[in-house]
Design a protein around this ligand. Structure first.
Ligand SMILES: O=P(O)(O)OC[C@H]1O[C@H](OP(=O)(O)OP(=O)(O)O)[C@H](O)[C@@H]1O
Ligand SMILES: O=c1cc[nH]c(=O)[nH]1
Ligand SMILES: [Mg+2]
Length: 210
């Protein structure tokens, strides 16, 4: 395993991932599972956020506790499917700002096409957490990170549900400075560049478009 790739293998996460993969899982349940998985992953992705001492008074006495300090977060979903991971993240990091990057894969070339980008103006000062359920060939995440860097982002992590080694290698070839968090590295890609075994088209399953 590469040092900047974290594979999260908690039993609750593995259980929910199996339900997510099941083709009989409805869009409603799929959305809820993506939401829950994003919350569970958020713990790991934010593990090294800086904290500082603060003095408070409990009903019993004065004490010193820890509070988050100094590093604000931006959550940046890659549309569409990445949007399914935003609410879960926001429920744990409610003060995070949310940017949006629009990319879709051309069905013939499998290369990503850019169609939207709107980011918080202070993106360069934030920890940027890019969300996307799927990292297949890696083209979409590679280009999303390039778009972020071109607009000033320097501290970037990616939160992925299902990845492939091909995709991870493609992203890290261009962006060796980023960290990738995932809950599965699957076997590979089929002839249409879908992840095997994967979970199908995450955007379509989230939004019921197929
Ligand atoms: O690693 P890659 O080979 O680039 O594939 C992964 C991308 O494909 C999917 O998006 P898709 O293009 O289906 O767009 P959608 O989210 O609008 O459905 C997925 O959500 C990723 O963004
Ligand atoms: O398996 C895959 C590959 C790309 N995009 C998806 O939604 N699923
Ligand atoms: Mg899709």
């Amino acid at each position: 395993m590469k040092e900047n790739v974290t594979l999260i293998k908690h039993p609750l996460i593995q259980h929910k991932l199996t339900m997510l993969r099941d083709k009989n899982t409805s869009s409603k349940d799929f959305r809820e599972l993506v939401n829950e998985l994003s919350m569970l992953m958020a713990f790991e992705v934010t593990r090294n956020l800086p904290v500082e001492d603060v003095e408070i008074e409990t009903p019993i006495c004065k004490t010193v506790g820890k509070c988050l300090s100094g590093l604000d977060v931006a959550i940046v979903p890659i549309m569409r499917a990445g949007m399914g991971m935003v609410e879960g993240m926001l429920s744990l990091i409610p003060n995070a700002k949310v940017g949006h990057i629009g990319l879709y894969r051309n069905e013939e070339t499998i290369e990503p096409i850019e169609y939207y980008c709107k980011l918080p103006s202070d993106i360069s000062k934030r920890l940027v957490i890019v969300t996307d359920p799927m990292l297949a060939t890696g083209g979409s995440l590679r280009d999303a990170i390039t778009m972020l860097k071109n607009r000033g982002a320097v501290n970037i992590k990616a939160m992925i549900l299902v990845a492939t080694e091909t995709g991870i290698n493609e992203v890290l070839k261009y962006h060796p400075d980023i960290e990738i968090y995932t809950i599965s590295i699957d076997e590979g890609l089929n002839e249409k560049s879908y992840i095997v075994p994967g979970l199908g088209d995450a955007g379509d399953r989230l939004f019921g478009t197929k």
